[in-house]
Write a protein that binds this ligand. Structure first.
Ligand SMILES: CCCCCCCC/C=C\CCCCCCCC(=O)SCCNC(=O)CCNC(=O)[C@H](O)C(C)(C)COP(=O)(O)OP(=O)(O)OC[C@H]1O[C@@H](n2cnc3c(N)ncnc32)[C@H](O)[C@@H]1OP(=O)(O)O
Length: 204
C-alpha cells in the first residue's frame, strides 16, 4: 500500500505508511507456549472497555486463538455502541480491531500497546450485528509488531465491513504500573483477579 509522496526536484520521494512492513521485519515462529488454536483467550483486565466482563456497556469481545500467530474474535453491536441511529460508531469498531490486534500479544507472548492504528470502514454495521473479527501478525522487527485484521458481518465468511492495520510496540509490565493511577494499582493489589493474565500478576 503506497504512503504519501512528494517531489524533490525531479525525484519522487515516497514515504511508506508507518504500518507498512519495513525491510527486515520477519514473521517469527509460533512460540511453544502460545495457547493452542481454539483456546479462549482471557480478558487481560476485567474493566477493559473492549474485552472486560465488568465493563457494563463495553464490547465484551470474545477472543479465540487460531493457528499460527493469528486469532479470531466476536462481539455483538448493541444500542450502547451507536453513532448514527441504529449503526455502530466507527470509533468503537476501531476499538474492537485495536483490541483484537493487541491481543495477538497472547500469541507472541509479549505485552503490546498500540503505536498506530489505521481503519478502513467499508460498510455500515447495524445494531444487532455480530461482528466476526480475525487478526494476524504480519511481521516483527525489534519491539515493533505489525498486524492486520478485519471484521465481517454476522459470520466468519460474511461481508467485510472493517479492516485495520496496526503497529504495536512491546512494553514491559512496568509500563502499565508506571502510567496507571494509584487507585487502580491499589484495586488490583486488593483483588488480583481484576487482571486475568496469571503470569503478569507476579509483579504485585
Ligand atoms: C496496571 C497494572 C498492570 C496491568 C497489567 C495489564 C496487562 C496488560 C496486558 C496486555 C495489555 C493489552 C492491552 C491491549 C489494549 C489494546 C491496545 C491499546 O489500545 S494500548 C493503548 C493505546 N496505546 C498507548 O497507550 C501507547 C502510548 N505510547 C507509548 O506508550 C509509547 O509511545 C510507546 C510504548 C508506544 C513507545 O515508546 P518507547 O519509549 O517505549 O519506545 P520508542 O523508542 O519510542 O518506540 C519503540 C519503537 O517503536 C517505534 N514506534 C513507536 N511508536 C510508533 C508509531 N506511532 N509509529 C511508528 N513507529 C512507532 C519507534 O520508532 C521505535 O522503533 P525502533 O525500536 O527505533 O526500531
Amino acid at each position: 500500500m503506497p504512503g504519501g509522496s512528494h517531489r524533490v526536484g525531479t525525484v519522487r520521494v515516497v514515504t511508506p505508511l508507518r504500518t507498512d512492513l519495513p525491510p527486515g521485519a520477519q514473521l517469527p515462529p509460533r512460540p511453544a507456549n502460545a495457547p493452542a488454536p481454539g483456546t479462549v483467550l482471557p480478558s487481560h483486565y476485567v474493566r477493559c472497555f473492549a474485552c472486560g466482563d465488568q465493563s457494563a456497556h463495553g464490547l465484551h469481545l470474545r477472543v479465540d486463538a487460531d493457528a499460527g500467530l493469528a486469532l479470531c474474535a466476536t462481539f455483538e453491536v448493541t444500542e450502547h455502541h451507536q453513532g448514527a441511529p441504529g449503526l455502530a460508531h466507527g470509533g468503537l469498531l476501531s476499538c474492537a480491531l485495536d483490541e483484537a490486534l493487541g491481543a495477538l500479544g497472547h500469541l507472541t507472548r509479549t505485552s503490546l500497546v498500540t503505536g498506530r492504528l489505521e481503519t478502513d470502514f467499508l460498510r455500515p454495521v447495524p445494531v444487532g450485528t455480530v461482528l466476526h473479527l480475525s487478526a494476524r501478525v504480519e511481521g516483527v522487527l525489534g519491539r515493533r509488531v505489525y498486524a492486520s485484521g478485519e471484521g465481517r458481518l454476522n459470520s466468519p465468511t460474511g461481508r467485510v465491513a472493517v479492516r485495520a492495520r496496526g503497529l504495536f510496540v512491546e512494553v514491559p509490565m512496568e509500563h502499565f504500573v508506571t502510567h496507571a493511577r494509584a487507585e487502580d494499582i491499589q484495586a488490583i493489589e486488593q483483588d488480583p483477579d481484576l487482571i486475568r493474565l496469571r503470569e503478569h500478576q507476579t509483579i504485585f
